[in-house]
Design a protein around this ligand. Sequence first.
Ligand SMILES: *Cc1c(COP(=O)(O)O)cnc(C)c1O
Ligand SMILES: *[C@@H]1O[C@H](CO)[C@@H](O)[C@H](O)[C@H]1NC(C)=O
Ligand SMILES: *[C@@H]1O[C@H](CO)[C@@H](O)[C@H](O)[C@H]1NC(C)=O
Length: 481
Amino acid sequence: MRMSTAALLCSVYTAGSTAAFAPALLTRRYSSSSSTLSATTNPLQSIFLTPETAKACIDAAGGTPLYAYSIDKLEEAADACLAFPNAYGLTVRYAMKACPNASILKYFHSKNIHVDASSGFEVRRAMDAGVPAENISLSTQELPEDFAALVDMGVKLNACSVSQLERFGEHYAGKGAKVGVRVNPGVGSGGFSASTTGFSKTNVGGPSSSFGIWHELVTDGTVPDIVERYGLEVERIHTHIGSGSDPEIWQQVATKSLSFCKVFPTVKTMNLGGGYKVGRNKGEVTTDLQKIGKPVADAFKKFAEKEGRELQMEIEPGTYLVAMAGALVSKVQDKVHTTGENSHTFLKLDAGMTDVLRPSLYGAVHPITILPGSGNSADVGDETESVVVVGHCCESGDLMTPAPGEPEQLAEQELRAAAVGDILVMDGSGAYCSGMSTKNYNSFPEAPEVLVDKAGKAHLIRKRQTLSQIYENEISVEGVF
Ligand SMILES: *Cc1c(COP(=O)(O)O)cnc(C)c1O
Ligand SMILES: *[C@@H]1O[C@H](CO)[C@@H](O)[C@H](O)[C@H]1NC(C)=O
Ligand SMILES: *[C@@H]1O[C@H](CO)[C@@H](O)[C@H](O)[C@H]1NC(C)=O
C-alpha cells in the first residue's frame, strides 16, 4: 500500500514523466557540472536510517521534520578522535557550535571529550548540560563582558585578538594569570574555495580572515610585550585554519604552529583546532586521522628534541565528530514540474533552510535518500528519478540540491522516484544544521531532535517548538500607533 490517492496519482504520473524526460535531464546534469555528485551514495539507502528506524523517529517526534542522531556514529567518530596519534598526551575538545544539544554534549563528556566554546553563551550552555568549567575552553570573536567570571570558574580562555589579550591583562594584571593565544598563522584551508589566502565563507585563516591574532604581531614582539606588561603566562597556543585531510598540510600547519610556542617558554599545550574534512558524498575524502596524525606527532617530537619541552596536544573537531551522525528526516509534501529549457521536477519538503542552511549558504551537497512513507522496507522500489529538492520557505534561495560549492546554482540529484508523503532523509546533517539554520523564518517551528540508540530505538531529546514559543518574547506596546 502506498499512501493516499493523491500520492498514488503522483507516483503514477511521475513514472511517465521520468521516462519522457530522462535523456534530457541526464544530458543537462552531466554537461553542466564537473562534479562527482552524480555518483552519490546508493539512492536506496541512508547512512544510518532504514525505512523502519526513520518511521520510528517520526513516531517519537510526532511527525516530520526532525533531526535524528545515531549513537553508533557518534561513538565511531569519538573513538577515532581519541585515537589521534600524539607524542606527549592528547585532549580532544568538541567544537560544540557544530551541534550544541545537551544530549550530544553529555555523550561526549561521558567519553572524556572536552568542549571548545565559541561564545560566552556556549560556555554557559555546556555548563548547564553538566560539563565542568575546567573542561571548557573559549575561543570567541566576541569576548563576553563576564569573561573573568568564566575564567575564575576554570574556563580556559584563548585570546583571539590583541584587544582581547589587553582586556584579559588589565583584569588580571600582576597575578600571573594563565591564558591561551589564538594565532592566525597567515594561511587558511580555503574552505569551499581553492585559495588559502582569499575569502571564502568557510576559510578561517589567512589575510582574508579576522580570526585570531595575526602571526606578525606574535613575532614582532607586540604580543610578548602585552604578556610581559601584565605579567601573564601564555600556557597554550591555538591555531584553527580548517586544514582538511592532507597529511603534508597538517605537518606544515603543526610545524608553523609550534614555531609560535618557541616565542613563549611557558607554553605547555598546542591546540591545532579542527577542520578535519568529512566526505559526505561518494568520491569525497574523509580525513584519515591516523594518517594526518603521524607527521603531526613527529613535529611535536622534533620540537621536544630542539626545545626540550614536551607539549600536550589538543584537537577540537566539530564537523568530524558529528557530521555523519546526524540526519534531517523530512517529508516530501509536494511535487511540481516545469517544462521547456531549464525545466525540472521539484520535490518540496516540509523542511528547508529553516533546518539545514548549508546548501543555500555554501552550496554544500548532502546525500539524500527517499524512503517509503509507509516506513516499510518492502515498499522500496528500484525506480529512480532526477530531481531538484527545495525547502518550504518562500525564498528561491531555499534550495537543498545546489551545484557543489555554488549556492546560486541548482543541480539535480538522481533519487529513488518519490511520491508525496515519502520520507526524505538528508544525511551528513549532524554538524552546523540544527545549531545553525534560519529557524523560525516563515514562522516554521524549530524541528525536534531524536537520538537513535544502538538497538535502533528512537528517543526524543528535544520537543518540537510550539508556534507561541516563537513569539513568546514579543512585547506589545500601547499608544505608539
Ligand atoms: C568551528 C571551530 C572548530 C571546529 O571546526 P570544524 O571544521 O567543525 O572541525 C574548532 N575550533 C574553533 C576555534 C572553531 O571556531
Ligand atoms: C537538547 O536536548 C535536551 C535533552 O537532553 C533538551 O532538554 C534540550 O532542550 C535540547 N536543546 C537544544 C536547543 O537542542
Ligand atoms: C575534566 O578536566 C579535568 C582536568 O583536565 C580532567 O582531569 C577530567 O578528566 C576532565 N573530565 C572530563 C569528564 O572530561
